[in-house]
Design a protein. Structure first.
Length: 398
């Protein structure tokens, strides 16, 4: 490490050595602190063979603007596609560990990236049968375990998170929808993991001991019984009281299940607009707004959420986002500029070849809201031929 120029030759060698050690020590500390305080938006570029895939990091400016920082190669390859609600990235910020995890569907493996150095530091695979080349490998994690949904084999793999952003495979379980559906979305809160399947069914698991154990509550969602709406993406409230499902549908449909019994209750259906599909959702940090990615449309929708009752009411929607059909085909995963309040700015993955990230500024007060695409939007993700999953670091507090 380069030392400051104030060291003079008149100092004794021992004092120079001590000064260098002190400078190096504090230099490392400052570097780590800077990395922890820098806010990033990151992508799973999901690049198929023969090119190596990667995770692209963008720094977040004060006004929510994005600046490309670095592409971190994963060493694996993706598939440039898959289920909307299957999050292929995750973040962990504990003070001791600043990590981003991403899956490579084709390889198939999961990599850990040290956010301080922006380098890949670990890689792990599931059992020899686990694979995700059909519709991807979704991720969900807490401070102790990472869970991976393998779409080829309909399995959930449990990985122990180890020091240095490394993970170790523990075991996997076989799962499946009531009508043969493949595992899709996953979300964790406390000791509960909630899943969706591609056939309209949903399920929860107890993860108190690490490996998921079914709570015996697998059921068809209320909306899916009509045959035209299917739960896909999932979010869970901070207190674990409600699970929220974004549906693949002909309009904007969201379902909410009460978890207070320790199991999924029958879902309540909310119809929140006419824009097609709502497969990806994300609660604002203060839980006042639910952001809805109209995945097969061209808008971002926001609904007001009551975290006490679990009720949703219509809020606002953006105008048509730039480049729809000409530059990108689908909207997908969501991320936020801030981990407080309403999140300030919402970022949306735009699936294209190459892909991009929409930047949407949020205003909300007194029961009203507005969503406006920034003049700098969209931001290019030149290395992704099919962007579906993005995240933010540090992550939302829950």
């Amino acid at each position: 490490m380069k030392t400051d120029s104030f060291f003079k030759s008149s100092l004794s060698p021992s004092l120079i050595g001590l000064a260098v050690v002190i400078t190096c020590f504090f230099g490392i500390k400052v570097q780590a602190a800077d990395a922890a305080s820098t806010r990033y938006v990151f992508t799973n570029d999901d690049v198929p063979p023969p090119t190596q895939s990667g995770v692209t990091f963008y720094t977040v400016g004060k006004n929510g603007s994005l600046t490309l920082k670095k592409k971190v190669a994963t060493g694996g390859v993706g598939i440039a596609g898959g289920y909307f609600g299957s999050d292929r990235v995750g973040a962990l910020a504990t003070g001791k560990a600043n990590c981003v995890f991403a899956s490579d569907a084709q390889t198939p493996d999961i990599v850990g990236i040290d956010v301080t150095s922006l380098k890949t530091v670990g890689r792990a695979s599931g059992s020899k049968n686990d694979g995700g080349s059909s519709n991807g490998i979704g991720l969900a994690l807490n401070t102790h375990y990472l869970y991976a949904s393998f779409s080829d084999t309909n399995t959930i793999g449990t990985f122990k998170i180890q020091p240095g952003c490394k993970i170790k495979f523990i075991s996997d379980i076989t799962v499946g929808g009531l009508h043969g559906g493949i595992i899709d979305g996953m979300a964790i809160r406390g000791n509960m993991l909630v899943t969706t399947y591609g056939d309209g069914s949903i399920q929860s698991f107890n993860i108190a001991k690490g490996v998921p154990v079914s709570n015996g509550d697998e059921q068809d969602s209320t909306g899916s019984r009509g045959g035209n709406t299917y739960p896909n993406g999932i979010d869970i409230t901070q207190d674990g009281h409600f699970a929220i499902f974004g549906d693949t549908s002909s309009s904007t449909v969201v379902e909410v299940s009460d978890l207070s019994s320790g199991k999924l209750a029958p879902t309540v259906v909310y119809r929140l607009g006419g824009t097609r599909s709502s497969s990806n959702i994300l609660l604002s940090p203060d839980e006042t707004l639910l952001y809805i990615s109209n995945t097969q449309g061209d808008k971002l929708t926001a609904a007001f959420f009551d975290k006490t009752t679990g009720k949703l009411t219509k809020g606002c929607a953006s105008g048509p986002l730039k480049g729809y059909s000409s530059n990108w085909s689908y909207l997908s995963g969501l991320a936020l500029a801030s981990s407080t309040g309403n999140g300030g700015t919402v970022y949306i993955a735009e699936f294209g070849a190459p892909s991009s990230i929409a930047v949407i500024n949020v205003q909300s007060s007194a029961g009203k809201c507005s969503l406006k695409e920034a003049s700098t939007s969209p931001v290019a993700d030149p290395d992704s031929p099919g962007l579906l999953s993005i995240g933010s670091f540090p992550p939302r507090p829950f």
